[in-house]
Design a protein around this ligand. Structure first.
Ligand code: G16
Ligand code: MG
Length: 218
């Protein structure tokens, strides 16, 4: 049967977390808040608005709506200045191998990301043409762990949730896909992504034989 393979973006296809980190750190510093790498870890898969809310909470700061929106714009401007330097070299190892295999096998391929910059990033790294459906931060109202992003992706692919497989690096993303009733593949640390059906360190650990088994499963 044809399956739907849904990919998260940041932490799965590219490592943009490092750019989010420098941009958030700069912003936090500008309002006198110290922002650590451990805190950045907790922002993975979390929307831009929610991320700033968390940073302000950690720094125990209250801002007017106006200042809040101004900082959001600043952060994204700064982030985009890094994104605009990206190229194919920033695609994580063996991601194209798996995407090309799925295309050869005529499987459904979608993106399910919280980022509002997803299309720009896929264009920069020249992977945009591999995806039949793109659901990103512009197309959802509820962020992960809410399953909305993945449910919309499977609708666009026109594939049942039980026949969808989601690649995710964030706990919130695994939870979202689990509650959408999809098979979950964690990319990262087994101890962190405990709730996933399978966990691999990265795509170099995923064989085409494994993908084939997923495709063949009823
Ligand atoms: C990504 C990152 C998050 C980021 C979010 C929103 O999600 O993991 O850290 O806050 O996008 O990004 P933007 O500011 O570009 O809208 P994902 O779902 O691709 O991992
Ligand atoms: Mg992610």
């Amino acid at each position: 049967t044809k399956k739907g393979f849904i990919f998260d973006l940041d932490g799965v296809i590219v490592d943009t977390a490092k750019y989010h980190f420098v941009a958030w750190k700069k912003l936090a510093k500008s309002i006198g808040i110290d922002f650590t790498e451990e805190q950045n870890e907790q922002l993975k898969g979390v929307s831009r608005v929610k991320s700033l809310e968390k940073i302000l909470e950690w720094g125990q700061k209250n801002l007017s709506k106006e200042d809040f929106n101004h900082l959001m714009t600043q952060k994204n401007k700064d982030y985009l200045s890094y994104i605009n330097q990206m190229d194919e070299n920033e695609i994580l190892p063996d991601v194209p191998k798996i995407l090309n295999y799925l295309i050869e096998e005529k499987q459904g391929i979608a993106l399910g990301s919280a980022s509002k910059n997803a299309v720009a990033i896929l264009e920069r790294v020249k992977l945009i043409d591999k995806f039949q459906a793109i659901i990103d931060g512009n197309g959802v109202t509820k962020g992960k762990p809410n399953p909305e992003v993945f449910l919309k992706a499977k609708e666009k692919l026109n594939i049942k949730p039980e026949d969808c497989i989601v690649f995710e690096d964030a706990i919130a993303g695994i939870q979202a896909a689990n509650s959408a009733n999809m098979t979950t593949i964690g990319i990262g640390d087994k101890d962190i992504l405990k709730e996933a059906d399978y966990v691999f360190k990265d795509f170099t650990q995923i064989s085409t034989e494994f993908i084939n088994e997923l495709i063949k499963k009823d």
